[in-house]
Design a protein around this ligand. Structure first.
Ligand code: MG
Length: 365
């Protein structure tokens, strides 16, 4: 029996890699639908090659795909808040989710996980760290702590002063992972790790005090868990997104698929670890604080950061201003503890508008 799959965000970084994996596993999958962002040409090429039953471009059509019960699993690989509503629709239709979209959990983790439980739906993380933890956990009640690794990004060995005058090109030169622009900037400021601890809190139900971050520049240990008895289980492998993507869409089975070479400890030779520098990367601390506040605090964090990152990519602000602006918006935000989906979107909109205003006035000064 072929697994019936749809991909939301098929033309993006995760989506195209998922299709590369599926190409190697043609006899295992049948594609129901492919949804792209705005790359019409690429979507047309994908449709020709993979023959989905239907395709869609942009946000329209996502609800239709996600309410199509023919799907066994939907890979949510779009970026930004557009992932949230279709994910909830899929969950309510009893369709399993391979989740690559961080915003879904950062914005509405409480609601999404409660609905998944209610409808008996599996949410398999694609994010490499969470995928690693998912692979390590056998009995979650025996686990004490999650240990999330971070490569440290391009500024790990640079000074705060270097970071302050960093160019867009420097921020986009990630040493280990080849990803979209927004997430690459988030990796440079460590906000990506901040969003990941929030993601981990929701996915695995751990308190923030039981989620540690450790810097590991080689990106070989993708994350780890510590059991009650002190035993630590880590998932390791070469830094390739193909592995977690393929794991998520084929779970609980495993296939060779796209595997290109075997792992060699001797070739890796050494693994380094260090504590994150919260002075240099204050966004990580801010993410812990907002995560602990819960409710709309993480909606505000995500929205303000995203607008600030776009402004940085547009050359409007400096790299360090991303933190300053996000922090200011978070300080001003009045947290609502148990928001509905509509309230979440209203807060998202309001924070984005305020952030854009702040960026405009800051530039005039
Ligand atoms: Mg990650």
């Amino acid at each position: 029996m072929k697994r019936k799959i749809s991909i939301i965000g098929s033309t993006g970084s995760i989506g195209t890699q998922a299709l590369e994996a599926i190409e190697k596993l043609r006899d295992k999958f049948e594609i129901i639908a492919l949804a792209g962002g705005h790359n019409k040409e690429l979507l047309a090429k994908q449709a020709e090659k993979f023959k989905p039953r239907y395709t869609c471009l942009g946000e329209e059509g996502l609800e239709k795909i996600c309410s199509d019960k023919e799907n066994d699993i939907i890979l949510v690989a779009c970026s930004g808040k557009i992932g949230l509503k279709p994910t909830l629709t899929a969950i309510r239709n009893g369709i399993d989710i391979a989740l690559a979209n961080k915003e879904t959990l950062v914005m509405a983790g409480d609601i999404v996980m409660a609905e998944a439980e209610k409808y008996g739906v599996n949410i398999i993380p694609v994010d490499s760290e969470h995928c690693a933890i998912h692979q390590c956990i056998k009995n979650i009640s025996q686990v004490d702590k999650l240990i999330i690794t971070a490569s440290g990004g391009p500024f790990l060995k640079k000074s705060v002063e270097d970071m302050k005058c960093a160019t867009v090109e420097q921020a986009l030169a990630h040493p280990r992972w080849n990803m979209g622009k927004k997430i690459t900037v988030d990796s440079a400021t460590l906000m990506n790790k901040g969003l990941e601890i929030i993601e981990a809190h929701h996915l695995f139900g751990f308190d923030y005090d039981d989620i540690d971050v450790v810097i590991h520049p080689q990106s070989i240990v993708h994350s780890a868990i510590e059991y009650k008895d002190g035993s630590v289980i880590a998932q390791i492998g070469l830094p390739s997104m193909h592995i977690p993507i393929q794991y998520a869409i084929t779970y609980p089975e495993r296939f060779e698929g796209i595997k290109s070479k075997s792992f060699s400890f001797a070739d890796i030779a050494r693994l380094d670890f260090e504590k994150p520098d919260y002075e240099k990367f204050p966004t990580l601390k801010l993410a812990y604080e907002m995560g602990k506040l819960g409710g709309t605090a993480t909606v505000c964090l995500n929205a303000a950061n995203e607008e600030a990152v776009f402004a940085f990519l547009d050359g409007k602000i400096k790299l360090y201003d991303i933190y300053k602006i996000t922090k200011k918006m978070c300080d001003e935000h009045k947290v609502s503890k148990n928001p509905t989906i509509d309230e979440i979107f209203a807060v998202d909109k309001e924070v984005r508008e305020k952030t854009q205003e702040l960026i405009k006035t800051e530039r005039k000064l």
